[in-house]
Write a protein that binds this ligand. Sequence first.
Ligand code: CAA
Length: 379
Amino acid sequence: MDFEFSEEQQAIQKLVREFAEKEIAPTVHERDEKEEFSRELFDKIGELGLCGIFFPEEYGGSEGSYTSYIIANEELSKVDDAVAAGYASSISLCAWPIWKFGTEEQKKKYLTPLAEGTKLGAFGLTEPNAGSDAARQQSVAVKQGDHYILNGSKIFITNGGEADIYVVFAMTDKSKGTKGISAFILEKGMEGFSFGKEEHKMGIHASATRELIFQDVKVPVENLLGEEGKGFTIAMQGLDGGRIGVAAQGLGIAGAALEAAIKYSKEREQFGKTIGKFQSIAFMLADMATKLDAARLLVYRAAALKEKGLPCTKESCMAKMYATDAAMSIATDAVQILGGYGYTREYPVERLMRDAKITQIYEGSNQIQRQIISGQLLK
Ligand code: CAA
């Protein structure tokens, strides 16, 4: 058991930390206020090589470790979780399934630009009536000769409208339940594929969240991802990795909140001393730091399993559930420590608290994580 990052991982951490401070931090407040998605920032992330960290070189990647990618997620989230959410959706939920289940042609055509960061990806699973119950897909794809006709819609899609490439799910045989769901690769601009309502959210304001609408979209058969009927397991395996990414977002948010709380506790004086000298504050900081470290261990264990290609469903759910619950609690405590100032938009902790909330909800609510973990324990 080694608790040190490798040289490669340390280098990624340094690279992303410096990049995020220099390029993302200066506009984080403004983009949050204006609810503004920045493609420019994503392009810069791509130029830095962060979209292809663990993909093979032949598809535009740099063959680094999966854990390095998770570290990149954490560092981006520490500065702006809205940016990290878009980045992670593109890689974990769009590029990864194409790498894992795609044909050679699909990998060349879609994975390569996603890994190079010249194209942005998205993942369309959630529907108005298929949220936690993802199997209840109502989008339908009917095969007609050399293409499928896709009808339906998706909601709450991260990068919706901004992404170029979409991995989406639809029923190809309703009678077969989860085994009747198939995955498809869609491109922005396909006839009949449009975008609906843009969501105005509590947090991650600078992340685009939008409805996808399919009206008789003609999807070529070569855009079927994996075999027909394998869509549900493709989605679930994608989420196994995606959830480690969300867990890393929790680490980033929690780390930023803890740092802000420590800094303030060392500066703010009340009753003749800095507030960190009061046990009420000092013990809060101790609990926050311990929770964050515990979360970190779960997240890096899940990443290590995924990196080795070992089963990680339970461990990724544990990491996601614990790290994002910790992020919510640590960010809330940071607001409490900063008091009235923490509640204003002048300090970052209120944004961190708003951003933390979504990590407990997306890629499976933390109640769904508990359901999956307990299901694995009891099976
Ligand atoms: N890996 C491989 N296969 C898996 C799997 C996994 N992790 N999880 C399930 N499966 C397989 C099962 O083995 C089973 O196969 P068999 O029938 O051959 O045994 C099949 O899939 C069906 O599994 P379940 O019976 O467990 O399915 P279920 O209908 O009971 O649902 C669920 C399970 C875990 C609740 C699932 O619906 C789920 O994860 N729900 C949450 C959905 C979710 O996370 N949505 C997030 C959307 S993406 C997002 O938020 C990002 C964004 O852009 C906003």
